[in-house]
Design a protein around this ligand. Structure first.
Ligand SMILES: Cc1cc2nc3c(=O)[nH]c(=O)nc-3n(C[C@H](O)[C@H](O)[C@H](O)COP(=O)(O)OP(=O)(O)OC[C@H]3O[C@@H](n4cnc5c(N)ncnc54)[C@H](O)[C@@H]3O)c2cc1C
Length: 415
């Protein structure tokens, strides 16, 4: 695969862009692979990439029922941060965040990582205590965060209303190297790098069954025929329960819709990401100028990629309090994705009851930021058959054993 470079852009400019190659071919399924990954979202593609890059396993297929990156990876609000409380979470999210720093160079694809800084507002005494505790935990974990004053909040975000009709801003947890990246580009960059290693990306191909013998997976049934494999990775986010059902086991996962919306584009007015967990909403400004706004999950299980109307109303009301200027903006569009929630709001990267079948799910409302770290950890698990240090605590049996990794505060509205 030809490298993208300034010289390539200049050359193509001179020949009217006739020489670009397809970023990845549309592969036809082969009869057998060493490893199959179900789900071509960011996590599935990153798993395949690190299987090839770190472990030399390249006879790999990534099977996607729709189009690559068309699930939550293409629907999220792209916030990247690693200011979690528990050690295993801080470790995997910080690994991911640090990989984002050089991901564009690594993949030779501009993922537009923008470490503009992420702040989580403290609007109650309880939140002040919680975020100060997180800042201290983060300093022990090697994650750079600090608790900042309302004056510093105003300095960083001039459009914010510190007084708030219901909740004043009392400070914030600030992660200066948190930020955003372009979600599609993350999926596309990994896909192109996987294809360059000879992996097959097979789109419009739904996995409908998992065949097994003596407690091991032998292959999968798909809408485009049966495919044999030595190892199977299930990385399908909101459809994890459905895939686990095909494989004959159950996961401690609930699927719910989470939604977001964007305003019309306006001039640059906010160059950090702000989350307001108490009033329940968060906002950043995209490179196009739209205000990107996210809210909470629906309070009931479902598989519709929509989200209910009252959440839009609640989210906009919440952000009107925090940023009164948005009351004058027109909202352009709204969308939803199906997120996979665990009881402790931490992910699952785990072996399963089937010997050579592995699962990566439960990222819920906040898995975009984890894509590089999650792919790294899942690839290690699939290659070695045992979890490495990053995935060790995220096994699916922790719910039976009571070894929760409780991130319900860190993962509330804050993605
Ligand atoms: C509105 C919204 C806002 C969010 N905001 C943020 C944020 O700001 N920051 C953050 O870190 N996270 C955020 N998230 C969460 C984040 O998007 C997800 O955690 C992450 O994208 C999950 O990636 P994934 O690769 O696991 O799943 P997906 O991208 O959903 O990929 C799974 C893929 O599996 C495919 N699939 C499913 N079943 C089958 C089957 N049977 N056969 C073949 N393929 C199948 C699906 O089509 C899909 O493409 C948000 C999510 C939403 C919905």
């Amino acid at each position: 695969m030809k490298r993208y470079s300034v010289f390539a852009v200049a050359r193509e400019a001179l020949r009217q862009h006739q020489g670009w190659e397809r970023a990845w071919p549309n592969a036809e399924p082969k009869a057998r692979y060493d490893a199959i990954i179900v789900g071509a979202g960011g996590h599935g593609l990153a798993t395949a990439y690190y299987l090839g890059r770190n472990h030399g396993i390249r006879n790999v297929a990534i099977i996607e029922k729709g189009w690559l990156g068309g699930g939550n990876t293409g629907r999220n609000t792209t916030i990247i941060r690693s200011n979690y409380l528990q050690d295993p979470s801080a470790a995997i999210y910080e690994k991911a965040r640090s990989l984002f720093e050089t991901l564009s160079q690594e993949l030779n694809y501009n993922v537009m990582f923008s470490p503009r800084g992420v702040m989580m507002l403290a609007q109650t005494q309880h939140e002040i205590r919680g975020y100060k505790r997180t800042a201290m935990a983060n300093s022990l974990q090697g994650v750079t965060t600090e608790f900042i004053s309302p004056a510093r909040v105003k300095e960083l975000v001039p459009i914010i209303n510190l007084e708030g009709p219901r909740y004043p801003v009392l400070g914030a947890l600030w992660q200066p190297r948190g930020g955003t990246a372009r979600h599609d580009a993350v999926a596309w960059g990994y896909a192109r790098a996987c294809a360059a290693m000879g992996m097959d990306i097979i789109q419009k191909c739904e996995v409908t069954g998992v065949s097994q013998k003596d407690g091991k997976v032998t292959g999968i049934s798909t809408t485009r025929g049966d495919i044999a494999c030595d190892k199977l990775g299930i990385v399908v986010a909101g459809h994890s329960g459905v895939m686990a059902n095909h494989a004959g086991f159950r996961l401690p996962i609930e699927s719910v819709a989470l939604q977001a919306l964007v305003s019309e584009p306006i001039k640059p007015c906010m160059d950090v990401v702000v989350m307001a967990n108490t009033v329940h909403g968060y906002m950043s400004q995209s490179d196009k100028g739209e205000m990107v706004i996210g809210g909470g999950t629906d309070g009931f299980n479902n598989y519709t990629q929509r989200g209910s109307f009252h959440h839009i109303e609640e989210t906009v009301r919440a952000l009107n309090e925090t940023f009164p200027m948005i009351s004058r903006l027109k909202m352009l569009r709204q969308w939803g994705g199906i997120v996979d929630m665990t009881g402790d709001r931490s992910p699952i990267i785990s072996k399963t009851p089937l010997g050579n079948c592995f699962v990566n799910c439960g990222w819920g409302t906040g898995g975009f930021k984890a894509i590089p770290g999650s792919g790294w950890a899942m690839a290690e698990l699939m290659a070695k058959g045992e979890p490495g240090p990053l995935a060790l605590e995220f096994n699916m049996w922790r719910f039976k054993e009571g070894k929760f990794i409780d991130e319900s505060v860190a993962a509330g509205v804050a993605h």
